[in-house]
Design a protein around this ligand. Structure first.
Ligand code: UD2
Length: 315
């Protein structure tokens, strides 16, 4: 039995990871300031975990909580490309300074390994697809820069301070519990909200931009594997599904699943947006044992079922 800490554990990805780690019998402590996360995401596991309402910008508070941990999964962040453009200071402070605080606390506490949630946005617009870890980063937004700095810090904490770190570049994660309540929410959570309300979503640009949409349980599984994989310390891996789908395709598929016709509205393209995104999963498969299980159809089906059921429960 290990003691593990999940920063951002009340978020939609973090809470899926907490559930996954409890299956292994780990003792789980969550650090989350509930800025974008919710305690309700942990409702049915709440009495099996420690929960600390703490901000990762508070270095002294997190130091004590990280002490004694075997693994730290660092997922706490202010996500969103457009949010980092509209309001860059908080995302800079949380995503860069907060990450530094977590790494420093982990190094001082002699944590065995830190798994860091990096982002596919670091690639920017590459000339070729799929995107391979060896490509030069070309960040197009403050958020992409911030997540890259976290990767570099993770790597340097390994080479300079001997802390084992593994960075995983998450590729557009979706699934149950993704919060659709903000204009900065992930596009698939917004699609779900509109589909259920029978209202048209807004697509920014022509809708032909593509994403490697990755189901949250596949990402949680990969995080758990990254914590134990030998030879991975100091490295960065793609955490994607290895496919890519345009927004037009996905919105079409969702309408078919619900047998409705709701043509999307189209707006101007979003600043800082990457055009196409798709992961090369070769290294993650070979070195971490990555084995994504969910096709886009299956993932969307499960996600839609969850949104419908949670709406019924709330009514
Ligand atoms: C980026 C990263 C992703 C993750 C995420 C965290 C890339 C390729 N991906 O996601 O890995 O780190 O940031 O926030 O950089 N859109 C609409 N209508 C809407 C909302 C969004 O058309 O109502 C479009 C948006 O312009 C973009 C796509 O949907 O082309 C995906 O947007 P998103 O905000 O869900 O995620 P993205 O790709 O910025």
């Amino acid at each position: 039995m290990k003691r593990v800490v999940v920063t951002g554990g009340a978020g939609f990805i973090g809470s899926a990871l907490v559930r996954r780690l409890l299956e292994d019998g780990d003792t789980v402590a969550v650090i989350d300031n509930l800025l974008t996360g919710h305690e309700r995401n942990l409702a049915e596991v709440r009495d099996r975990i420690e929960f600390h309402n703490v901000d990762i910008r508070d270095a002294s508070a997190i130091g004590g909580l990280i002490r004694g941990a075997d693994v730290v999964y660092h997922l706490a962040a202010i996500p969103s490309v457009p949010k980092s453009i509209d309001d860059p200071v908080p995302s800079h402070e949380v995503n860069i300074d907060g990450t530094f605080n977590v790494l420093r606390a982990a190094a001082e506490a002699r944590v065995r390994r830190v798994v860091y949630a990096a982002s596919s946005s670091g690639y920017g617009d590459s000339e070729t697809l799929p995107k391979v870890e060896t490509m030069l980063p070309r960040p197009k937004s403050p958020y992409a820069v911030q997540k890259l700095v976290g990767e570099y810090y993770a790597s340097v904490f390994h080479s300079c301070f001997g802390l084992e770190t593994v960075a995983l570049r998450f590729f557009n994660v979706y699934g149950p519990r993704q919060d659709p309540s903000s204009p900065y929410s992930g596009v698939l959570s917004l699609f779900m909200k509109h589909l259920i309300a029978r209202t048209p979503p807004t697509i920014f640009g022509d809708g032909e931009q593509s994403r490697d949409f990755t189901f949250v349980e596949d990402v949680a599984e990969l995080c758990a594997k990254a914590a134990r994989a030998p030879g991975a310390a100091g490295k960065m891996y793609n955490a994607g599904n290895g496919g890519r789908y345009t927004l037009n395709f996905v919105w079409d598929l969702l309408q078919k699943m619900e047998q409705v016709r709701l043509p999307a509205k189209y707006g101007p393209p979003r600043a800082g947006d990457v055009r196409h995104s798709m992961a090369d999963t070769t290294a993650a498969v070979a070195e971490l044992g990555h084995a994504p299980r969910f096709t886009i159809e299956e993932g969307l089906k499960r996600t839609l079922a969850w949104y419908k059921q949670s709406q019924t429960a709330a009514a």
